[in-house]
Ligand binder design. Structure first.
Ligand SMILES: *Cc1c(COP(=O)(O)O)cnc(C)c1O
Length: 385
């Protein structure tokens, strides 16, 4: 391989480019017809009643926390094996993230660990569909119902995945998506929240644009004229542009194709690695419902003479730009300063020591997949005990 292979990458074609160019030539660059159309397409695709587009996935999580009414003194339960944004959003609204340990098969948040962490202050659960594999949503929704909690599913990895035949985005109280370029479809930067609740939907719309409304029916004071608007709460500017939304509409048409390719490539990896000593392939659900955002292997370091770091560096030297998803969120100095201690989630911490993310994206070429398989195998073969 004379070029290096990243762990993830977007796929932009001429149709995507044309869609963006068309917006640039139109009257609206932001909050025009394309944002509403993108939202409608997301509603159709996920089966949710409402979709609200945001400037990025983190803004979507922040807005969902606001809409859920999470605030000062509340606790929000999430997983440590995620990107920091899944926990930061609780901090944004003055709440405290509480980390629950993971399941040893799917690496997703363990519902029984959630139950252990519930206190009278718990307000919400933010499960993450890690790698694209949906969480145990039935059990999580059941726990939420029992303790009167709101479920905000972080589906940054799992757009297009299904859970028991239902599309992700239609199941939790609110579901958040990201359209960052490494995610399955992209708008450059972008995000969305889907929900079936009109109440949440209206709050999300308010929050996205400064807490301002022009809707006469919603005004607190008297309507003074056509120019009139009211700021009723402290919102933000978290809007997506029409330029980005046009790209999103175009990308969404290709989502199923992208996922099918990802599933096919993940299967090739798993078939190749399943009988190899020293490597543990990722969970595969019986119904094959994962969106396969990332392909995460565990190194069985007891069977190898090298550790994860050496393995990672050997891949790197051979042109495979692997990654590690994720460093437990509370290992970060910011969280350590807030008082979170190592040892909090032993399974997550043990997993972190052994994982590597191999390249997986729809535009991978067969020769690249073969190269990743051969290279990984040869590193394993030369470094077994
Ligand atoms: C990417 C990601 C986010 C944040 O999305 P942005 O669009 O980058 O803000 C949140 N949670 C998870 C699990 C992610 O992978």
């Amino acid at each position: 391989m004379n070029k290096s292979i990243p762990y993830g990458k977007q796929w932009i074609d001429d149709e995507d480019i044309q869609a963006v160019v068309n917006v640039l030539k139109s009257d609206f660059l932001t909050t025009g017809p394309k944002v509403s159309e993108f939202e409608e397409r997301l509603e159709e695709y996920t089966g949710a009643k409402y979709a609200v587009a945001f400037s990025n996935g983190t803004a979507a999580l922040h807005a969902a926390c606001y809409a859920a009414g999470i605030g000062e003194g509340d606790e929000v339960i999430t997983t440590p094996i995620t990107f920091a944004a899944s926990a930061n959003c609780a901090l944004y609204v003055g709440a405290r993230p509480v980390f629950a340990d993971i399941c040893s098969d799917t690496y997703n948040i363990d519902p029984s660990e959630i139950v252990n962490k519930v206190t009278p202050n718990t307000k919400a659960i933010i499960p993450v569909d890690y790698t694209g594999q949906p969480c145990d949503l039935d059990r999580i929704m059941e726990i939420a119902k029992k303790y009167n909690l709101i479920v905000i599913e972080d589906a940054a990895h799992s757009i297009g995945a299904t859970y028991k035949g239902r599309k992700v985005g239609s199941i939790a109280d609110m579901t958040t998506f990201s359209f960052h370029p490494v995610k399955t479809i992209t708008t450059g930067e972008g995000g969305a929240v889907t929900t079936n609740s009109k109440e949440f939907y209206e709050k999300l719309i308010f929050f996205r644009s400064h807490g301002i409304t022009r809707d006469e029916d919603k005004l607190i004071n008297r309507h003074e004229g056509a120019w009139f608007y009211e700021q009723q709460l402290l919102g933000y500017n978290y809007r997506l542009t029409d330029i980005q939304a046009a790209l999103g509409i175009s990308q969404l048409k290709k989502l199923d194709k992208f996922i099918n390719l990802r599933r096919e490539f993940a299967k090739q990896y798993s078939d190749a690695f399943q009988d190899e000593e020293g490597i543990i392939i990722p969970y595969q659900s019986p119904d094959g419902n994962s969106a396969w955002h990332i392909y995460v292997v565990q190194l069985d370091t007891e069977k190898l003479i090298i550790g994860r770091k050496e393995f990672f560096n050997m891949l790197q030297e051979r042109g495979i730009r692997a990654n590690v998803h994720y460093i437990p969120v509370y290992y970060n100095p910011y969280y350590q300063k807030l008082g979170y201690k190592k040892g909090l989630c032993p399974k997550a911490e043990a997993l972190y020591e052994r994982i590597i993310t191999l390249p997986l994206f729809a535009k991978l070429e067969q020769s690249e997949i073969d190269y990743v398989i051969e290279t990984t195998r040869s590193i394993l073969q030369k470094n077994r005990l």
